[in-house]
Design a protein around this ligand. Structure first.
Ligand code: IPD
Length: 277
């Protein structure tokens, strides 16, 4: 199977690059912005077009493979991860950035077999950075190896997080409680690129020590999860324990020490899982 997955990964890189060109060209076009789960959960025709482009292209080459795609799920398809080879696709991670021409958007493609991510591709198309990882073979950006930071002191650390797309007062309250706790540790900085996939690549690149978020979806984090671990990082649930990519809660850190320290400060809550939507 090894060669088969390599050819799937090569295909993912090629189609991500093609998708990135479409996204880049559409960035300054007029666009119709629609909403999904809330008035700030945005989608555009480019998200839908790019997802179809990727799925059509993969189906031609790998007709038996399955798909979990952000916009297909929004259109009513199921979001269940089986043991079958499955492409987990976010056609534009950072749709709000895309709508506002804020220059961080990514095409995120994870590929799982037996519910384990075998490879991940995150193409930060406006920066032209192609992040890739294959299980057991390391993580790379434009071919250069990635390594997480060696920092073990949370007070010398940079943290990435996002506000997500729920504006329910109790959710906003928890998000600010976590943020206040973390700022007051104190950490050296808190940042957010506006895309979960790029935040995870920043952990893998050693620019930030830890990224956490409650409210992500499996398509936001599948590819990035392998990029982080192949760069030497760890993944955990926001309440400690193993990460579950369907649970919509994630901590991606350079080390267990930093992950466990940040978890102490997170006011956890549980949005509905992806696989019961
Ligand atoms: C979103 C982005 C955002 C994160 C949300 C994601 P989308 O993905 O990754 O940074 O805060 O949780 O859903 O909707 O732009 O594909």
């Amino acid at each position: 199977m090894a060669d088969l997955w390599q050819s799937a990964m090569d295909h993912a890189v090629a189609v991500a690059r093609k998708a990135g060109q479409v996204v880049g060209k559409a960035l300054h076009d007029d666009r119709k912005v629609m909403t999904k789960s809330s008035s700030v959960d945005l989608v555009t025709q480019t998200d839908q077009k790019v997802e179809q482009l990727i799925i059509r292209s993969v189906k031609e080459k790998f007709p038996t493979h399955r798909f979990i795609g952000e916009e297909s799920v929004a259109a009513g398809e199921s979001c269940v991860l089986t043991d079958e080879p499955t492409w987990i696709i976010d056609p534009i991670d950072g749709t709000t950035n895309f709508v506002h021409t804020f220059p961080f958007v990514a095409i995120s493609i994870g590929f799982s077999v037996n519910k384990e991510v075998e490879f991940g591709v995150v193409y930060s198309c406006l920066e032209d950075k192609m992040f890739t990882a294959r299980r057991g073979r390391g993580a790379f950006c434009n071919g250069a190896p990635l390594q997480v930071s060696e920092q073990t002191d949370i007070k010398q650390s940079m943290v990435a997080t996002e506000f997500g797309s729920s504006r329910a007062p109790e959710t906003v309250e928890k998000i600010f409680c976590s943020l206040r706790n973390i700022l007051c540790i104190p950490v050296q900085g808190v940042r957010g690129a506006g895309t979960a996939a790029i935040n995870m690549c920043l952990v893998a690149s050693g620019c930030v020590e830890v990224y956490y978020e409650i409210g992500t979806h499996v398509w936001d984090v599948a590819a990035g999860s392998l990029i982080v671990t192949e760069a030497g990082g760890v993944l955990m649930d926001v309440e400690g324990g193993d990460v579950d990519l369907m649970s919509r809660k994630i901590v991606a850190a350079n080390s267990k020490t930093i992950a466990e320290r940040i978890i102490e400060e997170i006011a956890a809550f549980s949005p509905p899982r992806d696989d019961v939507l």
